[in-house]
Each structure stands twice: as structure tokens, then as C-alpha cells.
Design a protein around this ligand. Structure first.
Ligand code: ZN
Length: 200
């Protein structure tokens, strides 16, 4: 039997936390870093540490930033009355690829999912209300085109409509069951242009 190397096992386990990384590819990464690129491994550890230290959520929209406000919230070029609601910070670069959007964002940090026990009280809807109170006139709901994403969109419609806000949804173009961050820019641009109203 080969010698057990606890630190090696721990590193393999740690890498498996990454999405899409199974035991086999985790092991391959570990051997690559330890055998062929110790310098790269050290740089990776340092960069990761630094990122964890510096990056936090924007006070206004929950996007990732190193500052109190993210660059989009802080920009005077962006339309503060037009708000795009997304599920996660990683959806923002996807929408940003669509050159037509010049509004600002609000990140829900998840989606409603009764099956997983995630209800409205588990998501920061109070922050969304706050944004509306600051003068938002249109909200485009860009949650994923999944069952949960649709349910979340309808909840937002019901919540915001009494406040006199126009609530729209991304139109066709985003594949059903698809996740926003994997959609190409031109498809998303189409979907944004053809957004539709959630009112019946
Ligand atoms: Zn922000």
C-alpha cells in the first residue's frame, strides 16, 4: 500500500469544491501543481487569499466589488431608473456583454425554490424595495429560464406592480432550462431587446 499523504488528500478534496471538478481531475490538478508548477501554485494561493480578503458585495446591488459601491452603481453614465434583476453576480458580466443595456443591477443572491425551502424571506427583497423607492421606473427580470427563475420573476411582478413600476421579463432567445452566464452575448442582446411585460 502506498503511503498516505494527508496534505495531498486535503488539497484534492479542496479542489473538488469547484464546480465541475470530480476526484479524477482534482487529482490531476494536484499533481500538476506539485510536480510541475510550484511557483504557479504559490501564486494561485496568494491570489485566492487576496481575492477573499478584498472582494465583497456592493452595498447597493450585491455585485462583487473591492469598494463600497461597484463600478456600475458608481457610474454616472448608467441609467439609475432602469434596473435589471439577476440571480447571481456571475450573471452581470453576461448581461453586460449585451451592449444595449445601460441600466443598473440588483442581484438576488439566489432564487425562490420552495422545494429547497427558499422563500421570499430568504432573499434580500427589502434591498430591491429600497432601490425602487430610490426612483426606479422599470425593472427587467433576468432570472434564469428555469422553473424557479420563472417563479421568482412572477413573485417580483406581484411585489412591484402595486408600486407602479413597469416589470418586464427577458424575451425568447434564452434557451429553456438555460443558465444566463452560458448564453452568448448576441442571444442575450436579442432577449433584452424583446423583453416582455409580465402583466396579463
Ligand atoms: Zn453595485
Amino acid at each position: 500500500m502506498s503511503e498516505r499523504v494527508p496534505a495531498l488528500d486535503a488539497l484534492t478534496d479542496a479542489l473538488q469544491r469547484l464546480p465541475g471538478v470530480g476526484p479524477k481531475s482534482a487529482r490531476r490538478m494536484v499533481y500538476h501543481l506539485l510536480e510541475r508548477d510550484r511557483e504557479g501554485a504559490r501564486a494561485l494561493a496568494g491570489t485566492l487569499d487576496n481575492a477573499l480578503e478584498r472582494i465583497r458585495h456592493c452595498r447597493r446591488c450585491n455585485n462583487l466589488t473591492e469598494n463600497e459601491l461597484c463600478a456600475i452603481c458608481a457610474s454616472e453614465q448608467r441609467d439609475q431608473s432602469f434596473l435589471c434583476v439577476v440571480e447571481t453576480p456571475s450573471d452581470i458580466p453576461a448581461v453586460e456583454q449585451a451592449a444595449s443595456f445601460n441600466g443598473t443591477y440588483y442581484v438576488l443572491m439566489g432564487r425562490l425554490s420552495p422545494l429547497d425551502g427558499i422563500g421570499p424571506e430568504d432573499l434580500p427583497f427589502d434591498g430591491l424595495d429600497q432601490r425602487i423607492a430610490e426612483g426606479v421606473t422599470e425593472v427587467v427580470v433576468a432570472t434564469n429560464a428555469t422553473v424557479e427563475g420563472e417563479a421568482t420573476a412572477h413573485y417580483i411582478q406581484d411585489r412591484l406592480q402595486p408600486k407602479g413600476v413597469r416589470v418586464t421579463r427577458l424575451a425568447h432567445g434564452v434557451p429553456l432550462g438555460g443558465e444566463l452566464e452560458f448564453v452568448d452575448g448576441s442571444t442575450l442582446d436579442q432577449a433584452l431587446q424583446r423583453r416582455y411585460s409580465l402583466e396579463e
